[in-house]
Design a protein around this ligand. Sequence first.
Ligand code: ZN
Length: 470
Amino acid sequence: MDFTKTKIELGKLIGEKKIIQKNDGTMDESLFNSYGTDRTKVYSPNYQVLVFPENTDDVAKVVSYAYQNGISIVPSGGRTGYAGGAVAKDEEIVISLSKMNQVLDFDPFLGTLQIQAGMITKNLHKEAEERGFYFPVDFAATGSSHIGGNIATNAGGVRVVRYGLIRDWVLGLTVVTGKGEVFRFNGEILKNNTGYDLKHLFIGSEGTLGIITEAVVKLTKPPKDIRVIFLAVPEYKNILEIFKETHNFDLPLLAFEFLTDYCLEKVKEHLGVPDPFQSPSKYYVLMEFEVNDETDEEKLYSILESITEKELIADGSIAQNSRQNETFWKYREGISESLSLAYTVHKNDISLPLRNMESFLDEMSALLSNQYQGFAIALFGHIGDGNLHLNIVKPKELSDSDFFKQCKQVDPDMFQLIQKYKGSISAEHGIGLLKKDYLGFSRSQGELDTMRAIKAAFDPKGILNPGKVL
Ligand code: ZN
């Protein structure tokens, strides 16, 4: 393929400054490569042309060109994914949305913001706040993730238990399909019963049906005050009992997270945070509540009292101010970073019906100690959503490739177990390249065939994020 020709022709279409070719002297090679990968360490980027469109029209022109010339495309957002969904390894054109980061419109009546897809999620939080509103989808990577990528992967995060997934906050979407066609789904209206709601197909499609270029997101009112409780829990079966107990106090629960002692150790090592309690515990739970008045404040103490009386916890502490809230959150949100910066990890992101969680965890513990002898396991996650993050940590003496090979051998056994307990092999990280071979554990053959037919309708030449998901 003549990439110099591609660069020149794309430059003529949308402006030559928006196109970069590898080693053309405008961008350092490692920075260039970083646009064609995500946080997985399994695949190496290999591509030649990087495009920085500034609006939907630019994206449509680039995709139309790619469609006519049969060139594949990888959309690139904040690259914080864990499934290889943003990896360009087969000389695709990479389209980075990072220059498309503007607010386009605000509707104060409905409380919606129209934004370009390359806006960093944290900036969307700020834009909402400045207008007296709140965008509730939140997770550790919001400082770098793009809202378009969040939508393309139907991101979850730490407050799903209260606010749901990002799907619940998307009112309208503008997308460019694999033919370069622009669709504006729904716009900014709340009610619209006019046949199939196509925007939902694009939410969670991981860039395989179209490139999301703009979104209208719903906003809500911020909680008045939030309080965090951190708990030391001796046995995991107590964790769900504690969760059940929180339902009895009529206090809005914003987050219900858990981690093991191993995870806490790693966060302490990496972030230098102090021990939460005098005595260590096998499990820890973080609960966050919305607190609006003194009655709510009393309820907070009643919850702690009740779970103490029932002997569900070994220790517990209510944060006394926002700084302590933050410290408690660090124990949970510092885990991924503490692990991935210092170690090589094999990540699994799974979900189970809560009622099956205990039996699943029993069987899974047996399976893991059998199959991963000598490997450390970091288990944590959004337990209130039935979502576990299970990270296998590579022993120092093993090579990366041997480690990933061993993990790949064990994965199917775990997926079978997930299937048995009616769970999902990917809760919020998506499928990408990493879980593609295992999609059949969570979707039937008929469903997979239907997905392929939908893909063909929006992307007939299969040029959008090829090899991902299906
Ligand atoms: Zn998560």
